[in-house]
Design a protein around this ligand. Sequence first.
Ligand SMILES: [Zn+2]
Length: 274
Amino acid sequence: MTIPETAAGRSARLIALVALAAVAQAAAVENSPRPGGIVLIDAGPVGEDKPAVSFDGDPALLFKQGERWTAAIGIPLSAEPGEVVVMLDDAAVAIDIQPHGYAEQRLTIKNREYVTPNQQQLDRIGRERVIIDNAIDNWRDAELDAIALEAPVSGRRSSSFGLRRFYNDQPRSPHSGMDIAAVEGTPVLAPRAGIVTAVGDFYFNGNTVIVDHGQGLVTMYCHLSAIDVAFGDTVDTGERLGAVGATGRVTGPHLHFGVYLGGNAVDPAILLDE
Ligand SMILES: [Zn+2]
């Protein structure tokens, strides 16, 4: 027996299909050739020899999209608009980096030790910088079928990546990540599988975890109230890394979420669903 479909049933099914299409579209990572963006290049069919793609002499991340290889290259926030060259096997591929106006932010920090650290604090900051830089700029071979990330916490996301910041009128490096507002203690979850390559209580970043996802894709979690992983741990997507807090140089509890590709900070929003 066939049940006649009602108009309401048909439109519900239609809405479900439209919603599915919207999700599929949101999950796709978009080419974003701008400072702090990710350049995606079609690098040929899967099945033949894996292509050799490099930028600035460093290998590019390669992942499979259907039957094609896609190369993903992180463009430094400091890059000038204009042409950059990516090497695809022996061919030079010119990519036009588009200008992008990042906003300016002026903050007053009451705790002056976070604005003008003393020599002892500067020494500590220098030692921590080496640990962080080594974890951020690291190549580890891994097979990747995608580079999209799950949200590490749900919460209001600031679009503050790339903000040019001034603390008490002193210029500081631009904001290298995304701040996600969440109450203290909210679990922070791994946005994809990886290996923990740094944990520590750092001067500016507070309690911090860094996860290496392979091929130069690295994520960083700062200002945590708790750390639930150890150096060298393997984590799966959704596994708890720690909890949101307000440690380090902060004005209130939030997660600072950093994403690095080839050692360059890129806008996390590019890899997250809407
Ligand atoms: Zn931040």
